[in-house]
Ligand binder design. Structure first.
Ligand code: GDP
Ligand code: IMO
Ligand code: MG
Length: 423
């Protein structure tokens, strides 16, 4: 069997959690392959809204295993809180959730280093979620990190102390940065005890055995392609490979095992945190999208920057990921527009480009717009795509023509049920 992949094509928050939840009944295993508690994946059904950070978005379905892969970084405290929030829903966590022994741990001191680094950058800060993501991946590649499997070793505490000492030394370089480590350490150690009770496995073996046995696997991306450490708008990115290739390294899956790649995007575009955003609208239209789309971060609550869809960035993301089908989200947020815009090219220093040049930070980028008629009606009550207004279908066809990939799903509201198959 092959592994299908679902991932974001923009700057995150495309609606990955919702669509993974919708697709889960078709799979046996849902696997997160990168990122950590910087992610906030929202699911809505039966009038309840759930936000997941570390736990894969298939957790509400029975008979499905949710796997946290080796490429993920785990903060035991955030993870414990997530589990507590799930408690009222009687989910058999011991049966449904497994964790890679090779996933790295976020220490309290990683979070402090993230905060100290951001504070020292002033206006040039990344706008990190302050969850300790960057410092944890730095320790992973620097070969200093602690992994989930280490918590079962007799010298875990010594390993922890060695890393902590290193971090304390590093924190001294950030003059004036004050912190209270003890306050953070107690809850962290308690959460480690809870983590010990869960099933930690050699997940690369688990997954490959499952594939051999004919099980169907969906890999759930976090963040988005434009936040990828290699291909995103560096340095305003996250610290992991958010693209399809990240599935191979983050789960231990061979490239030949990759099946369908579902690229997910909003009918417009958002970004939270700093960094270039060519189609950003700092006007009433941007405000309207933010208001109608409730564009505030699921993890940090920060207002998301909003703009029209960016076709060159989408084409780039489709190329890097080998996207085979597309899911367009939040079409209903554009219900009240007579005219919708799409950026098809960038004008930079008088020259028109249809790709992102190496350095777009601080460069004046003027989007070249095309206008598409809006549908100007409520989509949220639609139950099938055949009933959709012609203007919406035209927008979808227009995007398919430019992007050269079929749009198979259109989402018209946050609920599970507000999901339309186009074919
Ligand atoms: P993720 O990080 O990609 O899982 O996305 P988030 O959960 O951070 O952000 C997506 C937000 O949009 C959440 O609040 C979802 O409930 C909401 N959402 C998802 N799909 C739709 C949709 O089609 N229409 C509307 N109005 N909201 C949606
Ligand atoms: P999901 O999975 C949107 C952004 C942060 C910041 C940059 C680096 O919910 O789509 P980090 O904490 O990773 O060091 O922050 O990346 N960012 C996200 N933006 N959605 C996310 O996840 C994000 N995870 C990180 O805002 O700009
Ligand atoms: Mg999110």
């Amino acid at each position: 069997m092959k592994v299908d992949v679902l991932l974001g094509l923009q700057w995150g928050d495309e609606g990955k959690g919702k669509i993974v939840d919708v697709l889960t009944p078709q799979y046996d295993i849902i696997a997160r392959f990168q990122g950590g508690p910087n992610a906030g994946h929202t699911l809505e059904f039966e009038g309840i809204k759930h936000v997941l950070h570390t736990i894969p978005s298939g957790i509400f379905h029975s008979n499905v295993v949710n796997l946290i892969g080796n490429g993920v970084v785990i903060d035991p405290v955030v993870f414990q809180k997530e589990l507590e929030k799930l408690a009222p829903f009687n989910i058999n966590i011991a049966e449904r959730l497994i964790i890679s022994k090779k996933a790295h741990l976020i220490l309290p001191s990683h979070r402090l280093l993230d905060a100290a680094s951001e504070a020292s950058k002033g206006i040039n800060k990344i706008g990190s979620t302050l969850k300790g993501i960057g410092p944890t991946y730095m320790d992973k590649t620097g070969r200093n990190g602690l992994r989930v499997g280490d918590i079962f070793l007799p010298d875990f505490k010594e390993r922890y102390n060695t890393l902590l000492e290193k971090h304390i030394g590093m924190l001294k370089h950030y003059e004036g940065f004050e912190y209270n480590l003890e306050e953070l350490e107690g809850p962290w150690m308690a959460a480690i005890e809870e983590l010990r009770k869960l099933k930690a496995v050699d997940s690369e073996h688990y997954l490959n055995d499952a594939l051999k046995a004919g099980k169907k696997v969906l890999a759930e991306g976090a963040q988005g392609t434009m936040l990828d450490i290699d291909f995103g708008t560096y340095p305003f990115v996250t610290s992991s490979n958010t693209v399809t290739a990240g599935t191979c390294t983050g789960l231990g899956i061979a490239p030949t095992r990759i099946g369908n790649v579902i690229g997910i995007f909003k009918a417009y575009c958002t970004r939270v945190g700093s960094g270039p955003f060519p189609t950003e609208l700092e006007d009433e239209t941007g405000e309207q999208i933010r208001r109608d789309g409730h564009e505030f971060g699921s993890t940090t609550g920060r207002p998301r920057r909003c703009g029209w869809i960016d076709i060159p960035a989408m084409k780039y993301a489709i190329m890097i990921n080998g996207v085979t089908e597309l899911a367009m989200m939040k079409a209903d947020v554009l219900d009240n527009f007579d005219m919708i815009r799409a950026c098809t090219k960038y004008r930079i220093n008088g020259e028109e480009l249809d790709y992102l040049p190496y350095n777009i930070d601080g460069v004046e980028i003027e989007p070249v717009w095309e206008e598409i008629p809006g549908w100007n009606q409520d989509l949220t009550q639609l139950s099938s795509y055949s009933e959709a207004p012609e203007a919406l279908k035209n927008y979808v066809t227009y995007l398919e023509r430019l992007l050269e990939v079929p749009v198979t799903t259109v989402s018209v509201g946050p609920d599970r049920k507000q999901t339309l198959a186009t074919r």
